[in-house]
Design a protein around this ligand. Structure first.
Ligand code: SIN
Length: 276
């Protein structure tokens, strides 16, 4: 197996067949997640069964509370946009599951049906974003925590008449009850490397500040993280797979393929409690 750093964020993994993964591959992938945050695989022909088996090498599977499952494979969630739908899933910067007390490790996304053009996913390297902060900001963030929530994104208040477009793809608003507090800077559980752990979709408050002060600080952090130097734009091809670690990345799925179908299979793996 060979791992090559990608510009901005993540790394490409070559010389592995995700249908036949051995224990040494699993350790190497964990080490690489702790260094690069997101791994990209090309030319895989992974079956749903082996997608599940690969995911289970890294922990228990988190069955998605909000996304529709793939028929006959309840452990796999569909990330789907039909040609007539206008909205896609995950089109703004986020870190999955930061609203959980024990956030998921990450997700393994397999391309099943792609539009002819568009539908790329952009990842941000939160290790590099942290390391590029000046010392004063690192010092300030080291003592702060933030609250994360799913209510405003997946809860009842998020569904208005004009959002019916998401019907059949997102639901279960009653499950959107999670709020969680995490340090703003965490240490990655695999590598100990520090990363910024707040994100525009789910972080709602800096706990040690007033709402206004905290919002101002979060905006400053977000502008810094959004810099293109920390980004990698992954162009999906048939057979592509991405495995991202939520503790080290943000991502967003571009919504630039109206009139075309995009179907991805996503499995999310459970993580561990985070510390600063
Ligand atoms: C997601 O946020 O899980 C969706 C990513 C994608 O569809 O590329």
């Amino acid at each position: 197996m060979e791992i090559t750093a990608a510009p901005g964020a993540g790394a490409y993994v070559h010389g592995i067949d995700l249908n036949n993964v051995v224990p040494e591959d699993v350790q190497a992938i964990k080490d690489a997640l702790g260094q690069y945050g997101v791994l990209f695989f090309r030319d895989q022909n992974v079956s749903p069964e082996n997608h599940i088996a690969f995911a289970e090498c890294f922990g228990a599977i988190n069955i998605n509370r909000f996304f529709s499952p793939v028929a006959e494979y309840p452990k796999i969630a569909q990330v789907l946009k039909e040609p007539q739908q206008k909205k896609n899933i995950g089109q703004t910067w986020h870190t999955d599951h930061s609203y959980d007390q024990i956030p998921a490790l990450g997700s393994i996304l397999v391309a099943r049906e792609l539009p002819k053009t568009g539908g790329d996913t952009i990842f941000v390297n939160q290790f590099a974003a942290y390391e590029a902060l000046d010392n004063e900001m690192k010092q300030l963030l080291s003592s702060l925590t933030a609250t994360h929530s799913s209510r405003h994104v997946f809860g009842r208040q998020a569904y208005k008449e004009e959002d019916n477009d998401l019907t059949g793809r997102l639901g279960n608003t009653d499950a959107a009850t999670q709020d969680a507090i995490h340090p703003i800077v965490i240490r990655h559980p695999f590598s100990g490397r520090k990363a910024i752990y707040v994100n525009p979709d789910f972080t709602i408050k800096v706990n040690e500040m007033t709402q206004a002060e905290g919002d101002e600080l979060l905006q400053k952090i977000y502008s810094h993280c959004e810099s293109e130097v920390f980004q990698h734009r992954f162009q999906w091809q048939p057979g592509s797979v991405a495995f991202w670690d939520n503790r080290a990345t943000w991502h967003k799925a571009l919504n630039d393929y109206d009139g075309h179908r995009r179907l991805m299979h996503r499995i999310t793996v459970e993580g561990v409690a985070l510390s600063g």
